[in-house]
Design a protein around this ligand. Sequence first.
Ligand code: 1BN
Ligand code: ZN
Length: 344
Amino acid sequence: MVVLLTLLLLPLPVNSSKEFTAVNEYSILPQQCCLEFNGTRAFTYLEDQCAFGPRPPGSSNLTACGDYIIASLENQGWNIQRQTWTHLDTPLRNIIAGASSSPRYVLIAHYDTRPIADMDSNLENRAQPILGANDGASGVAALLELACVLPEGAQNAVTLLFVDAEDSGNWNGWDYIVGSTYYVNSLTEYQKNNIQAAVLLDMMGDADLQLKHELSSTPSLVNAIWQIAADLQYDDVFLDVPGYNIGDDHRPFLRAGIPAIDIIDFDYPPWHTLEDTPDKCSPESLEAVGRVVEAFVQKQLVAPTIFRVTDPWFLPLIFALMILVIVVIVLILLVLWRKRQSFD
Ligand code: 1BN
Ligand code: ZN
């Protein structure tokens, strides 16, 4: 009888594949144990892309890599749309994965690589195209792994966007961020209004990963993602310090009024050199960022936070100005009163 009563009083096992911790009444976070993003598997996606060789816009290597991305996504049951157009006589293609024509979240990576290694210390290398293990393949690898681990039904809210022609700026008349600009320009006002957050993953596979706040990113979105990283004990990777202001694929979203963040480690010595190879990257870095983004999406699907592009940074300024005006008026009145007294 006592055994029966004890068994009845024991808490029931939770019959759920996802466990959530209520941190406070407004925030619900998945526990680390429920996150499935696998850095080792993601790293194979990074190596697979590099095996195609350098992947500049219009190249057969990029076409083959794009076909590989499409095949991987279709294998995971994702719906695919191809957005094709021509720019400077070069055929370009964005790859859009998801089931909703009006997603609430867009996760972005560029799958092209820079046509020239113009930062290479060896002058003879500068005309050659880069392999882009970190600058190109890392973000794509993370999105392909997210395609495997995001919950059933995520497709209805999340679009995975693989953009072409991010990295050809200042070369033969090209700009940076051509593919993401084309995507955002193709959205209707309704679609833009529906996107709650755009999350760009770029150069986040560096083995020595130290992420700082990208300065043009939406502050409330940065804070939300950095808080999740801290809760998952990734604060050694997600440093709570300001970083650089980067003209990257999140900018067209910001310009369209959509909250956006660039998760990027721009302190990467092999940047735009022939040294940007898989040995400079690590599964651990991919896993840290992948799990934080996985947790972010899970949390947003359960208990969404609303982010605002125009954070009211100017409110304290207005408040300070009002105090200044009041102080000046009081001082003027005081001086007038003293003058009047001296006349009397
Ligand atoms: C990011 C990775 N970017 C290029 N490769 C964007 C960028 C453009 C960064 C210009 C610095 C200058
Ligand atoms: Zn680049």
